[in-house]
Design a protein around this ligand. Structure first.
Ligand SMILES: CC(=O)SCCNC(=O)CCNC(=O)[C@H](O)C(C)(C)COP(=O)(O)OP(=O)(O)OC[C@H]1O[C@@H](n2cnc3c(N)ncnc32)[C@H](O)[C@@H]1OP(=O)(O)O
Ligand SMILES: CC(C)C(=O)C(=O)O
Length: 807
């Protein structure tokens, strides 16, 4: 580059227009648009468009709503000429669309041009000759006078030929004249040429169809847009019979300011703008009509052309031009609705949230829902774009953007501190891999980090089933509200092995934390908890977020603990989502740390809580039975008794045998069963659930016929059993769950019955356990199994009663 460019380049000559009006004006209506994609755009392509390409492009322009389309330079080539003919002969031009064709001021070429549109309903003949000094002298070797004469003479030819064509074919013509290189032409001379052309045309009138179009090209953009606006205003103010003229702009983009030039030119009085979609055209291109139209749109002015499906337009234009649309191109570029940087993303995320609230309020008050978003001048949805690409994540991104994507794609509103924690996870990946993080990268990292989304992402601890029950805390002065404690009974997978754990606390989460502490020596406490509902289709789910800290050392779970662990849980049930969130955080806390293994034998001196759960775990793994808590306690007593009688220890195999024996639990086929329902009939007697049960049963290996009524099948069974007893049994607790899945699914039932012998003998409670593919049958079998122990007691009671009678 030159040290002093002024030795080579001259500045534009500013126009002296001190009373210029355009700076104080505002564009409040769209101009008449002319697309010259198929002419100026086409002539600038290395490979001009084929007829089929032109046709697709033309149809796209029509679909977008362009009513004036420069379709060809018909004298240039057969392709262009034939394309115009095809449009006309195949009736491809809607009635409200004007075909425009360009010709130089040469008679033979004008003739061919008019011939090309013969038979069209409506056509604009556009003739040009360059008028600036450089072109006059260098290209045409013409004086000013000869330049005027050239324009006048050929305008008269256009007039004559079009008149003839109208007479012969009925085509309605308008005339457009371009003093090419207008912005480099002396302003007074541009006026002089145009006045002469208007006169030669001789039929300009104020009606739309009669107006002559003076197109004022910035053939090469040689000055700033304000200069162009001055030239346009000067022309508009001084041309005679302004009301019979449409002033048209044709800015090129050599200085990169064609959009500004077109906008200021309209303020300066122009009525019409010629350009190309996405700014194709000679050199740096024609002004971009999409840009201009959407600039108006974002000012609340409908441009009267439609880009609601901008991608479809991009697809056609790029295919026909064989040129890409730059990723940063206004409104159309792949990246223009995208923010990578943290502060932009943060503002956009907050903007969306604020806008949602603002719109809801405005809607409720019947007011307009204005778009007012940081960094997004237009709603991408108005152009048929989704919000998917609005926020994209790389090493420049922040927590806000990542949280936005998690919100959009997983429906989770992360609390601020979780956003910070998860941001570290993504930053670490983005830095390490030095690449953009896709939405999938982020959602997968989220699922992995918080063990969310099925077995693939499960951590070392995973919830299988749980039950939360309430019990009143002891104590409390009379009249005081009694605190309810919560009990957690659950089955969790620990490193692939099912374990029964249980704990107590003020609420479900602290009860689970207690269980983790008791059974797995994972001593954590809750620092933060929040939840919200997620609406997915019609079914709402709960999402919970917890922050846990180690409950050890000096800080003992206070906010001072430096290290904390976040967890996320989703479940249809709110308690379930909280419990899952606790396990998710616990997984992050334990990382690789070893957990206490399941004991393979149970001793008589085991602590009640861990011993009962270990026993229950053995039964769960051996028989898939999830024992209710009180049954765990009852069976643990049996186990301790048995262990005491066998040297203080009992193996797991022996323990399973003991369980079967104690609760009459056998999975054999009916023929061998000790407690079986051979057949039963259940009649519902009324709406309140009263039922009549009759059937053939096996009780402790013996066939028995029973029939009785009760409030349901189980109470009817109890009633039937009571007929054969001297004492009475009643159901104290009933629980059930399914085992297996699909057609293999079975019901497991647990029944605790209380027995009261004749003559007020002490109450006895006993459990029965059974499974069956039919849930009623499994309940009945469990009742029958429970009566086994009762029968012994009844027998004893009867003997005792007989002895008393003999005495
Ligand atoms: C700014 C613009 O975009 S203007 C539109 C430009 N578009 C095109 O040129 C595309 C189509 N053009 C063509 O196919 C050819 O140029 C044609 C068919 C029009 C003419 O081809 P040719 O006759 O071979 O002439 P050529 O292409 O060399 O054009 C230059 C001649 O036209 C003259 N000329 C240039 N512009 C004009 C004009 N607007 N009016 C009259 N004559 C003109 C030149 O002075 C030169 O004349 P000369 O040969 O006497 O010196
Ligand atoms: C023919 C004219 C209008 C032209 O294309 C230009 O000046 O750029």
């Amino acid at each position: 580059m030159l040290a002093d460019p002024s030795i080579r380049y001259q500045p534009y000559t500013p126009l002296n227009l001190p009373d210029r009006q355009w700076p104080g004006k505002v564009n409040r209506a769209p101009p008449i648009w002319l697309s010259t994609d198929l002419r100026d755009g086409n002539q600038a392509l290395a490979n001009p468009m084929t007829i089929p390409q032109k046709m697709v492009f033309f149809e796209t322009l029509v679909k977008c709503g362009f009513k004036e389309i420069e379709v060809a330079y018909p004298a240039a080539s057969d392709t262009d000429f034939n394309f115009v003919r095809m449009l006309i002969e195949e009736n491809r031009v809607p009635d409200d669309v004007w075909l425009q064709v360009l010709t130089p001021a040469r008679e033979d070429l004008i003739k061919r041009t008019v011939e090309s549109v013969a038979g069209a309903k409506r056509a604009i003949i556009h003739m040009y000759n360059a008028t600036c000094c450089l072109f006059r002298t260098v290209v045409f070797h013409n004086s000013k006078e000869e330049t005027v004469n050239l324009a006048v003479k050929h305008t008269e030819i256009v007039r004559k030929l079009t008149d003839e064509c109208t007479a012969k074919h009925g085509t309605q013509f308008r005339y457009e004249y371009s003093p090419e290189t207008f912005s480099q032409t002396e302003p007074e001379f541009a006026l002089e040429v145009c006045e002469a052309v208007k006169k030669a045309w001789g039929r300009a009138g104020p009606a739309f169809e009669d107006r002559i179009i003076f197109n004022l090209p910035a053939t090469v953009e040689i000055g700033p847009p304000n200069h162009y606006a001055d030239l346009v205003e000067h022309f508009c103010r001084h041309i005679s019979e302004r009301e019979k003229i449409y002033i048209s702009l044709h800015p090129h983009n050599d200085r990169g300011t064609s959009t500004a030039a077109a906008e200021l030119g309209q303020l300066a009085g122009a009525d019409r703008v010629e350009g190309c979609l996405f700014g194709n055209g000679e050199r740096t291109g024609n002004v971009d009509l999409v840009n201009l139209a959407l600039n108006l749109y974002t000012q609340g002015v409908h441009p009267k052309v439609d880009f609601s499906d901008i991608q479809a337009v991009i697809d056609v234009v790029t295919a026909c031009n064989d040129l890409p649309v730059h990723p940063r191109h206004p409104y159309a570029g792949e990246l223009v609705f995208t923010a990578f940087s943290g502060s932009h993303q943060d503002a956009i995320k907050k903007g969306f949230e604020a806008q949602r609230e603002r719109h809801a309020k405005a809607r409720a008050q019947g007011e307009r829902e204005y778009w007012d978003m940081p960094y997004l001048p237009i709603d991408p949805a108005d152009l048929g774009c989704t919000y998917e690409a609005v926020i994209r994540v790389n090493a420049q991104s922040g927590k806000g953007g990542i949280a936005y994507l998690v919100q959009q794609h997983l429906g989770l509103d992360m609390p601020r501190k979780l956003q910070i924690a998860f941001y570290q996870v993504i930053q670490e990946i983005a830095d390490r891999e030095a690449r953009e993080m896709t939405v999938e990268d982020i959602t997968t990292a989220f699922r992995k980090t918080y063990h969310l989304g099925g077995s693939v992402y499960e951590g070392r601890l995973a919830l299988r089933s749980f039950r939360i029950s309430a019990e009143s805390a002891p104590g409390g002065a009379e009249g005081e509200a009694v605190d309810e404690r919560r009990q957690f009974d659950g089955t969790i997978l620990v490193d692939g092995q099912l374990r029964v754990i249980r704990g107590d606390g003020n609420g479900p989460l602290s009860a689970l934390l207690d269980a983790l502490r008791t059974h797995l020596q994972v001593d954590l406490c809750l620092r933060e908890y929040s939840e919200h509902t997620i609406s997915q289709d019609a079914s709402a789910k709960a999402a919970s977020f917890v922050e846990l800290v180690w409950n050890s050392g000096d800080v003992k779970g206070t906010r001072a603990a430096a290290e904390s662990f976040w967890g996320v849980g989703i479940d249809p049930d709110i308690a379930g989502s909280g419990l899952r969130a606790v396990l998710s955080a616990a997984n992050n806390a334990i990382a690789d740390r070893a957990l206490p293994e399941l004991k393979l034998s149970v001793g008589a001196g085991f602590s009640a809580a861990s011993g009962q759960a270990d026993v229950a775990t053995a039964i769960l793994n051996a028989l898939r039975l999830e024992l209710p808590r009180r049954l765990q306690a009852a069976f643990f007593e049996e186990v301790q008794r048995a262990a005491a009688g066998s040297g203080g220890e009992i193996s797991y195999d022996a323990l399973v045998g003991l369980f079967r024996e104690t609760y009459g639990y056998y999975e054999e086929e009916e023929g061998d069963a000790r407690f079986a329902v051979k057949s039963f009939k259940l009649e519902h007697l009324n709406a309140s659930g009263r039922a009549k049960l009759s059937g053939e049963f096996i009780i402790n290996g013996k066939p028995v016929s029973l029939a009785a009524e009760g409030n349901g099948p189980l109470s009817a069974a109890v009633e039937a059993v009571n007929r054969g007893l001297d004492g009475r049994v009643s159901i104290r607790e009933y629980a059930e769950h399914s085992i297996g899945e699909g057609s293999e699914v079975k019901a497991a039932s647990y029944v605790e019955v209380a027995y009261e012998g004749p003559g007020g003998s002490p109450k006895l409670t006993t459990w029965g356990v059974a499974i069956d593919s039919d849930i009623t049958a499994s309940g009945l079998k469990a009742v029958l199994a429970a009566t086994k122990a009762v029968e012994h007691a009844d027998e004893a009671a009867r003997k005792a009663a007989a002895q008393v009678a003999q005495q």
